[in-house]
Design a protein around this ligand. Structure first.
Ligand code: NAD
Length: 312
C-alpha cells in the first residue's frame, strides 16, 4: 500500500484521482481548501484509507505520517476562478507549489505537478510537442494562470536539479467528465447544461478555434503511469482528436438530443486559436494513449447526470 497526498483532491480531476487511487487500496490524503472543490466530491471515500485535510496550500503544509507520492493539483483552474482571484492564482502557483515540493522533499516522495497546455499560450507550432517553449502573453488577463504554471514548472525542475527531489510534470490538455461544475465556465459543462435546459449554446468567437478533449478516466490513468514511470521531463497528456468549438457544440446537441440554438459572443482576450497535444512521448515512454472518444465521453457524462444519451 502506498501513501499518497493529493492537493486539490476535492476538485474535478483531484476527486477522480483520489477515487482511482483509493480503489487500488492506497491510503489517500486529500488536501483542499474547498475554494472551488467540494466535500460532496469525496464523501463516498470513507474508512482508514482516506483522510481529508482542509488546508490552503499557500500556507506551510505538514503531514504527520509517511508519504510516498505527492500529486499537486491545487490551483484556480478555470478562467472564471483565476480571473476572479488573479493574485491568489499566482500565489497558488508559487507559494503553493513551493509548499507541495517542500513536503515531497521532506518525505522523500515522488512528486507530480499538474501543469497545463496553457504553458504553450497561443501556439505557433501545431500540434504542440513538449519541446515547444510556447507563446504566452505574460501581462494579459490569462497570464496569472499561464505564467503561474510556467513558474511552477521552473520551480519543480529547480527542486529536482538542486535538491534531488524525484519530480514529474504533466502538461494536461482540456479534460472533461463527471464532477465538473455546471457553471465553471469551461466549454463542455457549459454546453451540456445549456443543451439540457434547452437554452442557446454560447460560443465565444466564430467557433473556428480548435481544442482537444480528453475524458477524465484516460487522463487519470496517464497521471498514474507518469508517476510510476520515474520520468522528470514534461509529458503532454491529452486526447489528440482535434475539434472546432462549433463541432463540439454540434456534437453535444446531437448526443443530448437537444434542439437548442447556437449564439455567438465576443472572443476573450488571448484565447488560443488552436490546441492539440502531440502525445508521441506519452505513447513511447508510458505506453499511454486515450481510449475514449468525444462522443463516448459525452455519453458517459450524460449518464453521470442521470440523463439518457440519444442513440446515433
Ligand atoms: P478544480 O477547480 O475542479 O480543482 C482544483 C482544486 O484545487 C479545487 O478542489 C480547489 O478547491 C483546490 N484549491 C484551489 N486553491 C487551493 C489552495 N490554495 N489550497 C488548497 N486547495 C486549493 O479544477 P480541475 O480541473 O480539477 O484542475 C485540477 C488541476 O489540473 C489544476 O492544477 C489545473 O490547473 C490542472 N489542469 C486541469 C485541466 C482540465 O482540463 N481540467 C487542464 C489543464 C490543467
Amino acid at each position: 500500500m502506498a501513501r499518497v497526498v493529493v492537493t486539490g483532491g476535492a476538485g474535478f480531476l483531484g476527486s477522480n484521482l483520489c477515487e482511482y487511487l483509493h480503489a487500488q487500496g492506497e491510503r489517500v490524503i486529500c488536501v483542499d481548501n474547498l475554494e472551488t472543490g467540494s466535500l460532496q466530491n469525496v464523501e463516498h471515500m470513507r474508512g482508514d484509507q482516506f483522510a481529508f485535510m482542509n488546508h490552503d496550500v499557500t500556507e506551510h503544509l505538514e503531514i504527520d505520517e509517511a508519504v510516498d507520492f505527492v500529486y499537486h493539483l491545487a490551483a484556480l483552474a478555470s478562467p472564471i476562478d483565476y480571473l476572479r482571484q488573479p493574485l491568489h492564482s499566482l500565489k497558488v502557483g508559487s507559494y503553493g507549489t513551493h509548499n507541495a515540493l517542500g513536503l515531497a522533499k521532506w518525505k522523500r516522495a515522488r512528486f507530480l505537478i499538474s501543469s497545463t497546455s496553457e504553458v504553450y499560450g497561443d501556439p505557433q507550432v501545431h500540434p504542440q510537442p513538449e519541446t515547444y517553449w510556447g507563446n504566452v502573453n505574460p501581462i494579459g488577463p490569462r497570464g496569472v494562470y499561464d505564467e503561474a504554471k510556467r513558474y511552477a514548472e521552473a520551480m519543480t525542475m529547480a527542486y529536482h536539479r538542486q535538491q534531488g527531489v524525484d519530480t514529474s510534470i504533466a502538461r494536461i490538455f482540456n479534460t472533461y467528465g463527471p464532477r465538473m461544475r455546471p457553471y465553471d465556465g469551461r466549454a463542455i459543462p457549459t454546453f451540456l447544461r445549456q443543451a439540457l435546459e434547452n437554452k442557446p449554446l454560447t460560443i465565444f468567437g466564430d467557433g473556428s478555434q480548435t481544442r482537444s478533449f480528453c475524458y477524465v478516466d484516460d487522463l487519470i490513468r496517464g497521471l498514474f503511469l507518469l508517476v510510476e514511470s520515474g520520468e522528470h521531463d514534461p509529458m503532454n497528456l491529452g486526447n489528440p482528436g482535434e475539434f472546432t468549438i462549433l463541432e463540439l457544440a454540434e456534437t453535444v446537441l446531437r448526443v443530448a438530443g437537444s434542439k437548442s440554438s447556437i449564439v455567438y459572443e465576443a472572443l476573450p482576450v488571448d484565447d488560443p486559436q488552436v490546441r492539440q497535444p502531440d502525445i508521441t512521448r506519452a505513447r513511447e515512454v508510458l505506453g499511454w494513449e486515450p481510449e475514449i472518444d468525444l462522443e463516448g465521453g459525452l455519453r458517459r457524462m450524460l449518464v453521470s447526470l442521470g440523463r439518457e444519451p440519444v442513440a446515433v
